[in-house]
Design a protein around this ligand. Structure first.
Ligand code: FE
Length: 223
Protein backbone atom coordinates (compact mmCIF):
# COMPACT_ATOMS: atom_id res chain seq x y z
CA UNK A 1 0.00 0.00 0.00
CA UNK A 2 1.26 3.44 -0.83
CA UNK A 3 0.33 6.37 1.33
CA UNK A 4 0.44 9.52 -0.76
CA UNK A 5 2.56 12.25 0.78
CA UNK A 6 3.78 10.11 3.66
CA UNK A 7 7.43 10.58 4.54
CA UNK A 8 9.77 8.09 2.98
CA UNK A 9 7.68 7.21 -0.04
CA UNK A 10 10.20 8.89 -2.26
CA UNK A 11 7.93 11.38 -3.95
CA UNK A 12 9.63 14.35 -5.41
CA UNK A 13 7.74 17.24 -3.87
CA UNK A 14 5.79 17.87 -7.05
CA UNK A 15 2.30 18.01 -5.67
CA UNK A 16 2.37 20.38 -2.73
CA UNK A 17 0.25 22.89 -4.59
CA UNK A 18 -2.93 21.12 -3.57
CA UNK A 19 -2.26 22.08 0.06
CA UNK A 20 -1.31 25.73 -0.11
CA UNK A 21 0.55 26.87 2.96
CA UNK A 22 1.19 23.34 4.10
CA UNK A 23 4.74 22.56 5.16
CA UNK A 24 6.68 20.00 3.20
CA UNK A 25 6.15 16.44 4.27
CA UNK A 26 9.62 16.22 5.70
CA UNK A 27 8.60 18.86 8.25
CA UNK A 28 5.22 17.43 9.18
CA UNK A 29 4.71 16.31 12.72
CA UNK A 30 3.35 12.99 13.89
CA UNK A 31 -0.31 14.00 13.81
CA UNK A 32 -0.12 15.60 10.38
CA UNK A 33 1.45 12.46 8.95
CA UNK A 34 -1.20 10.35 10.66
CA UNK A 35 -3.98 12.57 9.30
CA UNK A 36 -2.62 12.20 5.80
CA UNK A 37 -2.42 8.44 6.19
CA UNK A 38 -6.05 8.32 7.36
CA UNK A 39 -7.10 10.54 4.49
CA UNK A 40 -5.39 8.19 2.07
CA UNK A 41 -7.15 5.19 3.61
CA UNK A 42 -10.57 6.87 3.41
CA UNK A 43 -10.01 7.45 -0.27
CA UNK A 44 -8.54 4.04 -0.90
CA UNK A 45 -11.49 2.30 0.75
CA UNK A 46 -13.93 4.37 -1.26
CA UNK A 47 -15.49 6.05 1.80
CA UNK A 48 -14.99 9.51 0.37
CA UNK A 49 -13.14 11.22 -2.42
CA UNK A 50 -10.24 13.67 -2.09
CA UNK A 51 -12.61 16.38 -3.33
CA UNK A 52 -15.08 15.64 -0.56
CA UNK A 53 -12.35 15.79 2.05
CA UNK A 54 -11.02 19.04 0.66
CA UNK A 55 -14.57 20.41 0.45
CA UNK A 56 -15.10 19.69 4.15
CA UNK A 57 -11.79 21.34 5.02
CA UNK A 58 -12.74 24.37 2.93
CA UNK A 59 -16.14 24.65 4.63
CA UNK A 60 -14.57 24.55 8.07
CA UNK A 61 -11.89 27.05 7.09
CA UNK A 62 -14.56 29.40 5.79
CA UNK A 63 -16.16 29.64 9.25
CA UNK A 64 -15.03 32.07 11.93
CA UNK A 65 -16.30 33.52 15.20
CA UNK A 66 -18.11 36.20 13.20
CA UNK A 67 -20.53 33.49 12.04
CA UNK A 68 -21.29 32.59 15.64
CA UNK A 69 -21.62 36.28 16.47
CA UNK A 70 -24.35 36.66 13.82
CA UNK A 71 -26.26 33.81 15.41
CA UNK A 72 -25.92 35.22 18.93
CA UNK A 73 -26.94 38.71 17.83
CA UNK A 74 -30.06 37.33 16.15
CA UNK A 75 -30.92 35.44 19.33
CA UNK A 76 -30.56 38.62 21.40
CA UNK A 77 -32.72 40.57 18.98
CA UNK A 78 -35.41 37.97 18.27
CA UNK A 79 -36.92 36.00 21.17
CA UNK A 80 -38.58 33.45 18.85
CA UNK A 81 -35.25 32.75 17.17
CA UNK A 82 -33.59 32.47 20.57
CA UNK A 83 -36.02 29.86 21.83
CA UNK A 84 -35.62 27.88 18.61
CA UNK A 85 -31.83 28.17 18.87
CA UNK A 86 -31.91 26.74 22.39
CA UNK A 87 -34.37 23.96 21.59
CA UNK A 88 -33.34 23.03 18.05
CA UNK A 89 -30.03 24.68 17.14
CA UNK A 90 -29.78 23.13 13.72
CA UNK A 91 -33.22 24.36 12.65
CA UNK A 92 -32.33 27.84 13.90
CA UNK A 93 -29.01 27.86 12.05
CA UNK A 94 -30.74 26.93 8.81
CA UNK A 95 -32.79 30.13 9.12
CA UNK A 96 -29.54 32.10 8.96
CA UNK A 97 -28.25 30.10 6.03
CA UNK A 98 -25.98 27.75 7.95
CA UNK A 99 -26.38 24.06 7.40
CA UNK A 100 -24.31 21.73 9.49
CA UNK A 101 -23.08 18.79 7.43
CA UNK A 102 -24.70 15.51 8.47
CA UNK A 103 -21.34 14.14 9.44
CA UNK A 104 -20.64 16.84 12.02
CA UNK A 105 -21.36 16.29 15.70
CA UNK A 106 -24.60 17.47 17.28
CA UNK A 107 -24.57 21.06 18.47
CA UNK A 108 -26.04 22.15 21.78
CA UNK A 109 -26.57 25.83 22.58
CA UNK A 110 -26.54 26.84 26.25
CA UNK A 111 -27.57 30.20 27.63
CA UNK A 112 -25.58 32.18 30.15
CA UNK A 113 -27.74 34.12 32.58
CA UNK A 114 -27.28 36.15 35.76
CA UNK A 115 -27.73 32.93 37.72
CA UNK A 116 -25.93 30.35 35.59
CA UNK A 117 -22.66 30.57 33.67
CA UNK A 118 -21.49 27.86 31.26
CA UNK A 119 -17.86 27.21 30.42
CA UNK A 120 -16.96 24.92 27.52
CA UNK A 121 -13.91 22.70 27.40
CA UNK A 122 -12.79 19.51 25.75
CA UNK A 123 -10.85 17.70 28.43
CA UNK A 124 -9.77 14.96 26.05
CA UNK A 125 -8.52 16.95 23.06
CA UNK A 126 -9.95 19.95 21.22
CA UNK A 127 -13.61 19.28 20.33
CA UNK A 128 -15.18 22.59 19.38
CA UNK A 129 -18.12 23.77 17.23
CA UNK A 130 -15.84 24.20 14.23
CA UNK A 131 -18.70 23.93 11.76
CA UNK A 132 -19.93 27.29 13.05
CA UNK A 133 -16.93 29.00 14.68
CA UNK A 134 -14.01 27.68 12.65
CA UNK A 135 -10.84 26.66 14.42
CA UNK A 136 -10.51 26.81 18.19
CA UNK A 137 -7.92 29.14 19.71
CA UNK A 138 -4.61 27.53 20.63
CA UNK A 139 -5.15 27.93 24.35
CA UNK A 140 -8.36 25.87 24.07
CA UNK A 141 -6.21 22.90 23.08
CA UNK A 142 -3.64 23.40 25.81
CA UNK A 143 -3.30 20.91 28.64
CA UNK A 144 -3.41 23.80 31.10
CA UNK A 145 -6.86 24.93 29.96
CA UNK A 146 -8.25 21.43 29.54
CA UNK A 147 -7.29 20.46 33.07
CA UNK A 148 -7.80 23.73 34.91
CA UNK A 149 -11.19 24.52 33.37
CA UNK A 150 -12.56 21.52 35.22
CA UNK A 151 -10.68 21.89 38.50
CA UNK A 152 -10.97 25.66 38.88
CA UNK A 153 -13.42 27.13 36.35
CA UNK A 154 -13.91 30.34 38.32
CA UNK A 155 -10.17 30.87 38.50
CA UNK A 156 -9.81 30.37 34.76
CA UNK A 157 -12.71 32.70 33.99
CA UNK A 158 -11.23 35.28 36.31
CA UNK A 159 -7.88 35.07 34.50
CA UNK A 160 -9.75 35.90 31.31
CA UNK A 161 -10.95 39.04 33.06
CA UNK A 162 -14.42 38.11 34.28
CA UNK A 163 -15.12 38.02 38.00
CA UNK A 164 -18.31 36.09 38.59
CA UNK A 165 -20.37 36.80 41.69
CA UNK A 166 -20.31 34.03 44.29
CA UNK A 167 -24.00 33.29 43.79
CA UNK A 168 -23.60 32.57 40.07
CA UNK A 169 -23.57 28.86 39.43
CA UNK A 170 -20.76 27.74 37.11
CA UNK A 171 -21.38 24.72 34.93
CA UNK A 172 -18.50 23.19 32.97
CA UNK A 173 -19.46 21.39 29.76
CA UNK A 174 -17.08 18.78 28.40
CA UNK A 175 -17.30 18.57 24.61
CA UNK A 176 -17.00 15.26 22.84
CA UNK A 177 -16.70 13.91 19.35
CA UNK A 178 -20.50 13.59 19.30
CA UNK A 179 -21.61 16.77 21.04
CA UNK A 180 -20.31 20.32 20.78
CA UNK A 181 -21.42 23.38 22.70
CA UNK A 182 -22.01 26.99 21.80
CA UNK A 183 -22.50 29.44 24.64
CA UNK A 184 -25.14 32.11 24.17
CA UNK A 185 -23.61 34.90 26.25
CA UNK A 186 -25.67 37.39 28.23
CA UNK A 187 -26.78 40.40 26.25
CA UNK A 188 -24.80 43.35 27.63
CA UNK A 189 -26.64 46.20 29.31
CA UNK A 190 -27.13 49.43 27.43
CA UNK A 191 -27.66 47.72 24.08
CA UNK A 192 -31.41 48.26 23.75
CA UNK A 193 -31.27 50.48 20.68
CA UNK A 194 -28.57 48.59 18.83
CA UNK A 195 -29.00 46.91 15.46
CA UNK A 196 -28.27 43.24 15.00
CA UNK A 197 -25.06 44.10 13.19
CA UNK A 198 -23.93 46.34 16.04
CA UNK A 199 -24.84 43.64 18.54
CA UNK A 200 -22.77 41.10 16.61
CA UNK A 201 -19.78 43.38 17.11
CA UNK A 202 -20.03 42.78 20.85
CA UNK A 203 -19.92 38.99 20.58
CA UNK A 204 -16.41 37.65 20.94
CA UNK A 205 -15.15 34.16 20.28
CA UNK A 206 -14.22 33.83 23.95
CA UNK A 207 -17.74 34.76 25.07
CA UNK A 208 -19.11 31.88 22.98
CA UNK A 209 -16.76 29.52 24.85
CA UNK A 210 -17.80 31.04 28.16
CA UNK A 211 -14.42 32.23 29.42
CA UNK A 212 -15.71 35.80 29.22
CA UNK A 213 -18.92 37.76 28.72
CA UNK A 214 -19.77 39.63 25.56
CA UNK A 215 -18.22 43.09 25.38
CA UNK A 216 -20.07 46.10 26.67
CA UNK A 217 -20.83 48.83 24.12
CA UNK A 218 -18.35 51.05 26.01
CA UNK A 219 -15.58 48.46 25.78
CA UNK A 220 -16.33 47.85 22.11
CA UNK A 221 -16.23 51.60 21.45
CA UNK A 222 -12.83 52.06 23.05
CA UNK A 223 -11.51 49.21 20.96
FE1 FE B 1 -11.87 16.89 21.70
Amino acid sequence: MTIPHAPGNGHGGHDHEEHPGMAHDEELGYYAVRAKAMEALLVQKGICSPDEIQGMVDRLEARSPSDGARVVARAWADPAFKSLLLSDPEAALVQLGYSLPETTPKLDVVENTNELHHLVVCTLCSCYPRALLGRPPDWYKSLAYRSRAVVDPRGVISEFGLDLADDVEVRVLDSTADLRYLVLPRRPEGTEGMSEEELAGLVTRDSMIGVTDARSPQAAHSG
